[in-house]
Write a protein that binds this ligand. Structure first.
Ligand SMILES: *Cc1c(COP(=O)(O)O)cnc(C)c1O
Length: 399
């Protein structure tokens, strides 16, 4: 029986749920793009973005998704033929390296597998061996959205400093910015990238590159950079149109303004971080209960390495696909596919799914998803431990 009619819930890790206020802010005619309200609005979002990033330095805004922002960050820091050390802890760390290769940068990938963080000893060894300093930058993700691992960025910075290697540290926070703590300046991050459609609760299409003084120096040392990717005019425009190298993404900016108001000025970042952490703990508690019988398991076993914005789950194939389909068709909740965990088209691909819990999510939404997964496991006769709902409810009640 279908019980899907009603407000549906896309519980995938991006695009995340957009607040009605954010959507409504877009429902209006285009503003003048040369003067007036839009100019003031952009001036007002810049400090809020920097506050979320924890930086006093620069931000360049692009009309792009995450892939575009990957390229923007690389195009401003590395020349073709130069080497980047890419730390892969899932599909997204690897994906950034693939983008580098396509524009002639030489990626050296250190792959740490699909259910772990990076090994700092291995990284230090590679950096120590790089006596000619051929590695110009190190790329990593704070949260890899495919595996749901959270990497310790401060510990990575300390490891680089311990070796004394001069490479830039570049961090992808696309999944988690605004939902998990990030302190760009305090943690010594040179470049940080983010996008609108995950923790920032805004439709996909706008991305951000934050950069500090060392990265600015790298940009200024390049022989050539495309007029479109160049972050200098975007970060320090003489004329308004230079913020976007052309027409501003007017409606995305109205949406972003509203989202930043909600996140930074109304809820407050610390409260948003605490909310995400508690909601994530409710999801984990449910998964641990289900996992007591049958094959269902959290992809990241070590709790201290689990992201607060997305949870990757493994289960005997093809039960992940069966469960996802059942929930979408019958219960009005859509879970995320497994990404990068098994080759697409292989039988194993159907043994992974993800729960997105980033951005505009609260207790009843997360409990609803858990209850629907529980119903799906029962309806499909998939073996699982009992007490998941109760375990999740207890996390919420005790928060
Ligand atoms: C979503 C995501 C990306 C890619 O973003 P797109 O907008 O899909 O191009 C890159 N990195 C991380 C960590 C992500 O979560």
């Amino acid at each position: 029986m279908s019980l899907a009619n009603g407000r549906s819930y896309l519980a995938i890790p991006g695009p995340s749920v957009m607040p009605d206020r954010v959507l409504q802010a877009m429902h209006r005619p285009a503003p003048n793009i040369y003067s007036g309200e839009l100019v003031d609005l952009v001036a007002s979002v810049v400090p809020d973005l920097k506050a979320i990033a924890g930086t006093n330095h620069n931000v360049a805004i692009y009309i792009a998704n995450g892939h575009g922002i990957w390229e923007a960050a690389l195009a401003n820091t590395l020349a073709p033929g130069e080497t980047v050390l890419a730390l892969a802890t899932g599909r997204f760390g690897a994906g950034w390296a693939e983008m580098a290769a396509r524009i002639g940068i030489n990626p050296r990938v250190l792959d740490f597998g699909l259910s772990a963080t990076y090994d700092l000893e291995v990284i230090k060894e590679v950096l120590r061996a790089d006596t000619e300093c051929e590695i110009k930058a190190i790329t990593t993700v704070q949260v890899d959205t495919s595996t749901s691992v959270r990497n310790d960025i401060k510990a990575l910075r300390d490891a680089i400093d311990e070796v004394g290697h001069p490479a830039l540290l570049m961090v992808d926070c696309i999944a988690c910015l605004g939902c998990e703590e990030f302190r760009m300046d305090d943690w010594g991050v040179d470049v940080m990238i983010a996008a609108s459609q995950k923790g920032l609760m805004t439709p996909p299409g706008v991305g951000f590159v934050f950069f500090g003084p060392k990265a600015a120096e790298a940009r200024n040392g390049l022989n050539q950079i495309s007029a479109y990717w160049d972050w200098n005019p975007r970060a320090n425009p003489d004329e308004f149109y230079q913020y976007f190298a052309g027409t501003a993404p007017t409606h995305h900016l109205f949406a972003l303004r509203e989202a930043l108001t909600m996140l930074v000025h109304e809820e407050g970042l610390e409260n948003a971080y605490a909310r995400h952490k508690t909601l994530a703990r409710a999801v984990w508690a449910a998964l641990e209960a289900w996992g007591k019988e049958g094959s269902i398991a959290l992809n990241i076993a070590d709790e201290s390495l689990r992201s607060f914005v997305v949870t990757s789950v493994n289960i005997d194939a093809p039960n992940a696909t069966a469960l996802r389909d059942y929930l979408t068709e019958n219960l009005g909740v859509t879970l995320g596919i497994g990404l990068g965990m098994a080759p697409s088209g292989s039988p194993e691909w159907h043994g992974h799914f993800r729960i997105g819990h980033m951005g505009h999510v609260n207790a009843h939404m997360v409990l609803g998803v858990i209850g629907c997964i529980d119903a799906g496991l029962k309806a499909l006769n998939i073996q699982h431990g009992s007490g998941a709902m109760d375990a999740a409810v207890r996390v919420i009640a005790e928060a």
